[in-house]
Design a protein around this ligand. Structure first.
Ligand code: FE
Length: 249
């Protein structure tokens, strides 16, 4: 069965990385909650997509330059008044949930990995009993290398459309092999059966990200990818559970 990952706690249904979205996702009939992490200036780990608060909250500033309290004081746009939460709080929300973690390691505002960040994320997840339920992801091969040095948990490489286009499938597979990466995820609009066959033929797992419309979700379900992220988890569950066979596929 294709796995569903609620992207940032279901951005189009609950706002971007909101406590409400994460609490709702924890109760959904899906397999993973996707989220992104950034360090604060005082050593906390916050769950937020962007490296800054500028685009998604009522405040400004780079998370890595702010304290946990300052980040927590921001109000998330379209998020029912919710504030950014820490990774510790996210662990508490999912302690008794059947939904597992898909943790994306983000770069800082300069596009480079945060120094010595990955071991802290791994340590915090382990301390809260969630490491064994976590798959990691990153667009950055450097961050995947750092993860491999810190944990044996599964991880996947998020391959952006420009990287896929510029490298080509064979080179993407070669980079994955070189870095011991066992799974890749591509943007849903760059996925097709031929690409999936090539990736799987090389012994790698294949998934998609950013399947937000009915058409995109139907596409990944028809392809039978391993997993996909979506901003509309409720819609994805409805489409996956719908009886198949009476339509034209
Ligand atoms: Fe993400």
């Amino acid at each position: 069965m294709t796995r569903i990952a609620s992207h940032r706690g279901g951005t189009l249904e609950f706002g971007d990385s909101t406590p409400q979205g994460f609490a709702a996702t924890a109760k959904m009939a899906l397999e993973e909650v996707e989220f992104d992490v950034h360090p604060t200036a005082d050593g906390a780990i916050m769950v937020h997509h962007d490296a800054t608060l500028d685009g998604t909250t009522d405040r400004n500033g780079a998370i890595a330059a702010l304290s946990e309290a300052e980040v927590r004081a921001a109000v998330i746009n379209y998020g029912a008044g919710g504030h950014p939460i820490s990774l510790s709080e996210l662990c508490a929300i999912y302690a008794d949930s059947k939904v597992d973690f898909r943790c994306e390691i983000k770069p800082g505002i300069d596009g480079r990995p945060y120094a010595d960040f990955v071991p802290h994320v791994v340590e915090l997840l382990a301390r809260h009993g969630m490491l064994g339920r976590t798959t990691f992801s990153s667009f950055l091969v450097d961050s995947l290398d750092a993860l491999a040095a810190a944990t044996h948990r599964p991880m996947l490489w998020l391959v952006s459309p420009p990287v896929l286009r510029q490298l080509g499938t064979a080179a993407v597979i070669e980079v994955a092999r070189t870095h011991n990466i066992r799974e890749i995820g591509v943007h849903v609009d760059t996925a097709d059966a031929a690409l999936m066959a090539m990736v799987r033929g090389a012994g790698l797992d294949f998934g998609c990200w950013a399947a937000h419309t009915t058409e995109q979700i139907e596409k990944v379900l028809a392809l039978g990818v391993k997993v996909f992220t979506t901003d509309r988890p409720s819609l994805a569950i409805t489409l996956r559970d719908r009886p198949r066979g009476e339509d034209n596929r």
